[in-house]
Write a protein that binds this ligand. Structure first.
Ligand SMILES: [Fe+2]
Length: 247
């Protein structure tokens, strides 16, 4: 089975379409999305419309999806720029798409009995896994060998070898991990729509469960068009500027 794993689109239509074109050129059996469809970018309805066409897919909500559809109070915990984008998104989403966000399940979820997906951490969807200590805590809550998470927007892999947890930052445009028999893995593929590792390309991963191999990819997309959409929408200019630096 070949899984296509992606997360944190954040209403960036051009980045998402570039990744879909990338996926269509490969044999994909199942899509796994780890949350944050919306927030920051200017194309929430278009992104949801394309997401609806992907089958078969398992997905969970992210903190921005949750804030927009059903937890406006949580916006108080967002920085002012992110909060402005949450309010803008809520105003511009169609009723149908707002309903769609509302029905997204909360992670973690176990897929085909051997993969866990979560947005932040398996013990808290809003928690940021930002180091080995966090990862060690996460491993305590995981039953599968492979787990994918999002939320931080950094491509990262943590391994657990008999309770020795190590993290590796996976920037660059292609990385391949061959799964060991007794190692457990906690992997963030990086963000589709707002990468923060100073690599501006959209990020995704492919997990080939038969070959026992996980590959991380970065794909170029039309950043200028995305920036224009953000500025034309009246969203904060910083949300456009950061895309060309990858932060
Ligand atoms: Fe996010």
């Amino acid at each position: 089975m070949r899984y296509f794993i992606f997360t944190d689109i954040h209403s960036n239509l051009q980045a998402f379409l570039a990744l879909l074109r990338f996926a269509k050129r490969r044999k994909i059996d199942h899509y796994l999305f780890l949350g944050d469809i919306v927030g920051y970018g200017a194309s929430p309805n278009e992104v949801i419309d394309h997401l609806r066409t992907l089958k078969p897919i398992n997905m969970i909500r992210g903190n921005h999806d949750k804030a927009v559809c059903c937890d406006l109070e949580s916006v108080q915990t967002f920085n002012p720029i992110a909060a402005a984008a949450i309010h803008w998104t809520r105003e511009h989403l169609t009723k149908e798409n707002l309903k769609y966000l509302n029905q997204l399940p909360k992670g973690p979820e176990i897929i085909h009995e051997h993969i866990t997906i979560c947005h932040g951490a398996p013990f808290d969807e809003d928690y940021y896994i930002f180091g080995e200590f966090d990862a060690a805590e996460a491993f305590l809550h995981i039953e599968t060998q492979v787990t994918f998470f999002g939320h931080t927007h950094f491509p990262f892999i943590y391994t657990d070898n008999d309770h020795i947890v190590e993290g590796t930052f996976l920037t660059g445009n292609a990385n391949e991990i061959k799964l060991g028999k007794d190692t457990r893995y906690l992997i963030n593929p990086g963000s589709v729509g707002q990468p923060r590792d100073r690599n501006t390309r959209a990020a995704c991963a492919i997990y080939d469960s038969e070959a026992r191999k996980i590959s991380l990819f970065r794909v170029e997309y039309d950043i200028e068009d995305t920036q224009k959409r953000i500025l034309d929408a009246g969203l904060p200019a910083a949300l456009a500027e950061r895309l060309s630096i990858g932060i």
